[in-house]
Design a protein around this ligand. Structure first.
Ligand SMILES: *[C@@H]1O[C@H](CO)[C@@H](O)[C@H](O)[C@H]1NC(C)=O
Ligand SMILES: *[C@@H]1O[C@H](CO)[C@@H](O)[C@H](O)[C@H]1NC(C)=O
Length: 474
């Protein structure tokens, strides 16, 4: 939005505040100098190939009484041995290429009164300096954009050698030709740079999956909340980082807290995943009805030496077995509210409330409600990254039970404590952990693989660090 339209929109003060208040990202991607160095290696290799295919137009001109023509200009080689990408605070990225060199072949043709001659020439171009400024932005879909905001190419050394009959004639005015070729080449370099940025780099950054469908029920919104921001050390991209239910996306009732990443710089890339990110996952799965689990007889491990039927309760709730003799029992576990977790330096912890409704399965298959328990317990999580996905596993501490409702009279809940421990640890947790082990995709560009993973916890966010490997096509 331009200043002009912002001024118009600011007619109403409240609206203006809404427009100028920045949204905190729920997820931050940070690229360090090590990451930019790697990007530089990969990018420069591509640019070098593009430059080596540079086509120069024929040149026809006159120097004194001599008419000359240079044609079939063929670049033999273009080398970019020294280059560096640096972030420039609040501007973007700067690519500096120095001491590049190139070699060019071509044909010459000359006409001086009745004399006509032709031959070939070789041009050595040295000390090529290219400075490129890249502007980063985000488009309407929240995908990153990149464009060349500035490009300058300067060649300080050009040597041309002519061969063939009358080649000496050319050597008389080589300065004029050299300067002509130098200027042509300088302007062509920036054309190629601009084209490469548009056709290669822009296409590549647009592969960011701003909406990642995770499974049949949920997706993650990884759209940029603002243009990527460069500081003197890093390039930071703030993403929304919000899970949502595919069937029904609702407004999240809380906002992400500001995320202050530490100034670590050993890894090429860091991801800051806020507690907002994880808590929207809880909401999305809860709303999608994915946090409902049934525990039935067939899920009980064979070695547990009990079967899930009403006889199991005979010692603790005698009236239950009297009412429903020898009938299978099933538990239906659900979360009355979305689970909410906190992240601190010690790790991730959550204290979810789970409701467990017990049913007797009657001979005609209908369900008779027995009792409703509320389960709480400290849950801790281990997080890792595998194949570009955040994976995890949960562990539950001691489970505390309370009886919320009963159709079979009151009883001491502690009597079924160990039964509930077995059911959660042998049936519920393995299923949850199997899902968490499949993981959730990180916002990665196409053909990027991560290695050398680091996982650390800070107040309100999880920090993931990694090195990057770019898998070329083929
Ligand atoms: C199943 O049996 C129970 C008790 O015998 C009865 O109350 C209930 O109506 C039956 N349900 C169906 C669907 O037949
Ligand atoms: C559960 O966690 C809370 C706070 O995180 C702690 O005070 C409590 O002692 C823990 N309880 C158990 C049983 O681990």
């Amino acid at each position: 939005m331009g200043v002009q339209s912002l001024v118009v929109a600011c007619g109403a003060v409240a609206l203006c505040l809404a427009l100028t208040t920045a949204t905190n990202p729920g997820f931050v991607v940070r690229i360090t100098q090590a990451g930019l160095d790697y990007a530089n290696q990969q990018g420069i290799a591509i640019l070098q190939k593009e430059l080596a295919q540079l086509k120069l137009p024929d040149i026809s001109d006159k120097s004194g009484k001599v008419r000359y023509q240079l044609s079939r200009l063929r670049l033999r080689d273009f080398r970019l041995p020294y280059s560096r990408i640096t972030p420039i605070s609040n501007v973007g990225l700067q690519v500096s290429i120095s001491n590049a060199f190139a070699e060019l072949d071509g044909d010459w043709r000359v006409k001086l009164r009745f004399v006509r001659a032709h031959g070939s020439f070789n041009l050595k171009v040295e000390n090529v300096y290219i400075k490129i400024s890249l502007r980063l932005g985000s488009d309407a879909a929240g995908k990153p954009t990149v464009s060349t905001s500035e490009c300058s190419a300067r060649i300080s050394k050009v040597r041309v050698r002519f061969s063939g009959r009358l080649g000496w004639l050319y050597n008389l005015f080589h300065r004029a030709i050299e300067s002509r070729l130098r200027k042509t080449l300088e302007s062509k370099i920036c054309d190629i740079v601009d084209k490469s940025v548009r056709n290669e780099l822009q296409k590549f950054v647009q592969t960011l999956p701003v909406t990642a469908r995770i499974d049949a029920k949920t997706g993650i919104d990884y759209s940029l909340v603002a243009a990527p921001r460069a500081t003197a050390q890093f390039l930071d991209a703030g993403l929304k980082g919000e899970f949502y239910s595919l069937a029904h996306r609702s407004t999240v009732p809380f906002s992400p807290l500001p995320l202050a990443l530490p100034s670590d710089h050993d890894r090429m890339v860091y991801f800051g995943a806020s507690s907002y990110f994880f808590n929207t996952a809880g909401i999305a799965y809860h709303e999608a009805g994915a946090l409902v689990f049934e525990i039935t007889e067939d899920m009980i491990p064979k070695d547990s030496r009990f079967s899930l039927d009403t006889s199991l309760f005979s010692a603790f709730i005698p009236q239950l077995e009297e009412m429903y003799p020898n009938m299978p029992v099933k538990f239906r576990l659900s979360t009355p509210t979305a689970p909410f977790l906190t992240i601190g330096p010690g790790g991730i912890s959550l204290n979810p409330i789970v409701e467990a409704q017990a049913y007797a399965i009657l001979p005609n298959s209908s369900l008779a409600p027995l009792f409703l328990l509320s389960l709480t317990g400290n849950v801790s999580a281990v997080i890792n990254v595998r194949s570009g996905r955040i994976v995890g596993s949960l562990d539950v501490g001691r489970i505390r039970l309370s009886l919320k409702d009963s159709a079979v009279g009151t009883f001491e809940v502690r009597t079924i404590q160990s039964l509930m421990n077995i059911l959660t640890s042998s049936s519920l947790l393995p299923r949850l952990n199997a899902r968490l082990d499949e993981g959730f995709p990180l916002p990665l560009l196409d053909r990027i693989q991560l290695s050398n993973i680091l996982v650390r916890f800070y107040q309100n966010f999880l920090l993931l660090g990694a090195d990057v490997h770019f898998q070329p096509r083929g």
